[in-house]
Design a protein around this ligand. Structure first.
Ligand code: ADP
Length: 327
């Protein structure tokens, strides 16, 4: 049987949130010893929206440092910055020649963030193709991502199948590996919207991984609930409370959210436990981050070494793809 190969990435467009951690980052650490794991800070993706060069560089560094702080072991997995490996852009072009404008136009994120708006970058439309290239380059069998990436992952699968049918089998068709709990963490102030690192820096409903404990507590205690009083897990009827239960379940590793909800008789006690659980989850990560942030040379050296390894791993796939497509 073929080795398990895992790929995932996070784009450095903002300061990482609890959603990024529960939906993605934490799960990278969970799988890192189970097969070949490749994790990237996908900085090219950050160029698809309005950006400032110095901020992008700082966020790339911060995100890479958070990978390590979250427990990713550079001896066990490949950690790198996407732009250090030019093969991603090269494969992306081959896949652009496999993708259709119509299917990219239908991507929900493009519809929400770009379509029809002046100043929308071409790369925002083609970004899911670059994401497909990221994944397919490593012949990844599994992609741990949050629920919001479902449609993009479906596209990566479609492109792999289409290319293989047209030119011969080059790519592995990847499976999405969604989180069991907290696959879509919602904004604490607007639980119909997902918590996003692109929320404004001071957004009161967005918990950042580097928020100090008192800030986490304040944000949780002020979370929107609803006018009812019973604590129940009902994402439709009571999305604010449901979201808090998701977060609690995600933090403490309890997948049975109904029975978790049954343990609470008031919103206040639920919020206190959520705040405690988030603070406890983030504490070791923040401690490691503080140590690593003093040592940017080490982080940089890890990324450079990772890029060399990533290029070695991706090269045979790109060679095979070029050959197959007629280059
Ligand atoms: P964002 O959507 O915050 O800008 P990215 O698009 O870079 O982040 O996604 C990074 C990873 O974090 C992806 O796997 C994505 O699915 C996951 N993720 C982002 N937001 C959430 C959320 N609110 N809940 C769960 N997972 C999330």
């Amino acid at each position: 049987e073929r080795q398990r190969v895992v790929f995932s990435g996070i784009k450095p467009t903002g300061r990482l949130t609890l959603g990024n951690h529960l939906g993605a980052l934490r799960r990278f650490a969970d799988v890192q010893y189970t097969g070949r794991c490749v994790f990237s800070v996908v900085d090219l993706h950050a160029l698809t929206v309005d950006h400032r060069p110095a901020r992008l560089r700082a966020l790339t560094r911060e995100t890479a440092t958070l990978y390590l702080a979250a427990g990713l072991d550079p001896d066990a997995c490949v950690l790198f910055r996407q732009s250090d490996v030019p093969l991603h852009a090269e494969l992306s072009f081959l896949l652009e020649c496999t993708a259709y404008v119509g299917e990219l136009n239908r991507m929900i994120q493009y519809k929400e963030k770009g379509r029809g708006r002046p100043g929308t970058r071409v790369s925002l439309l083609t970004y899911p193709v670059l994401m497909a290239a990221d994944i397919l380059a490593y012949r990844a069998s599994e992609v741990p991502v949050g629920d919001d990436q479902r449609q993009h992952l479906e596209l990566a699968r479609d492109l792999a199948v289409r290319f293989n049918r047209a030119y011969g089998t080059v790519f592995v068709v990847p499976e999405m590996a969604p989180a069991q709990v907290a696959a879509r963490v919602m904004n604490l102030q607007d639980p119909r919207r997902k918590m996003s690192k692109d929320d404004p820096d001071d957004a009161p409903g967005t918990i950042r991984l580097l928020d100090p404990p008192d800030v986490v507590r304040r944000k949780v205690m002020r979370a929107v609930t609803d006018s009812g009083t019973r604590v129940r897990y009902d994402l439709e009827g009571s999305p604010g409370v449901g979201n808090l239960i998701e977060i609690l379940g995600g933090c403490v590793g309890e997948p049975d959210l109904e029975s978790l909800a049954d343990r609470y008789t008031s919103y206040g006690s639920l919020k206190r436990d959520v705040a405690d659980a988030v603070i406890a989850l983030l504490e070791p990560l923040q401690q490691r981050y503080a140590d690593l942030a003093d040592d940017p040379g080490t982080v940089e050296a890890i990324l450079r070494k990772g890029a060399e390894r990533a290029a070695e791993l991706a090269a045979p796939t790109i060679t095979a793809a070029k050959q197959a497509i007629g280059l």
